[in-house]
Design a binder for this molecule. Structure first.
Ligand SMILES: Cc1cc2nc3c(=O)[nH]c(=O)nc-3n(C[C@H](O)[C@H](O)[C@H](O)COP(=O)(O)O)c2cc1C
Length: 162
């Protein structure tokens, strides 16, 4: 199976899951970066994009293959929505037979649940969307993370063309 795990991470949680998932799947790993957010005015730009739903310009290290059996896209929840850089990257994903998504979030506030963000990413994944997973911070930092990622990888393998 050819697979690509593509992720955006601001503070490392999504990166941690993406790296382990790529390892489990034997997938390529590619990071989405947003130069604007790295500038001195980055926090303001980020807040503006969250508020207006503007999709910032992003850079993705060019994947090796033109077509994958599976592309998995991961990112954080921001203000109960998908982080805008992830949605930017999802506008130009490499060709794939299946697209899966995952999110990381704090997941502790009933007023900002992660489900709307997941739905947003599933819509962006389109009709090729398949398995999805929300990883809460307590899981990302907890001792059972690798088993949870292995379980998700198993579901992805089962769903993707092998
Ligand atoms: C601007 C901002 C808004 C956030 N909003 C939410 C939220 O609405 N719900 C939630 O559960 N977590 C929220 N979080 C927490 C992140 O989703 C969580 O820490 C995530 O794992 C960060 O991923 P990263 O480390 O890959 O950047 C927010 C974090 C930031 C920085």
């Amino acid at each position: 199976m050819t697979a690509l795990v593509l992720y955006y991470s601001n503070t490392g949680n999504t990166q941690k899951v993406a790296r382990a998932l790529a390892e489990q799947l034997g997938a390529e790993l590619a990071e989405i970066t947003c130069q604007t957010y790295l500038a001195w005015y980055g926090p303001v730009a980020m807040a503006w994009d969250i508020f207006t739903r503007h999709r910032p310009r992003v850079t993705v290290v060019a994947p090796r293959d033109a077509h994958y059996d599976l592309v998995v896209v991961g990112g954080p929840v921001w203000a109960a929505r998908a982080a805008p850089p992830v949605l930017s990257a999802m506008q130009k994903l490499p060709a794939a037979d299946a697209t899966a998504v995952f999110l990381t979030c704090r997941g502790t506030s009933p007023s900002s649940p992660p489900e709307p963000a997941l739905a947003e990413m599933q819509v962006a994944a389109g009709s090729k969307g398949q398995a999805s997973r929300i990883f809460r911070e307590e899981e990302v930092r907890g001792p059972a993370l690798s088993e949870k990622i292995a379980e998700f990888a198993g579901r992805l393998r089962a769903g993707a063309a092998v």
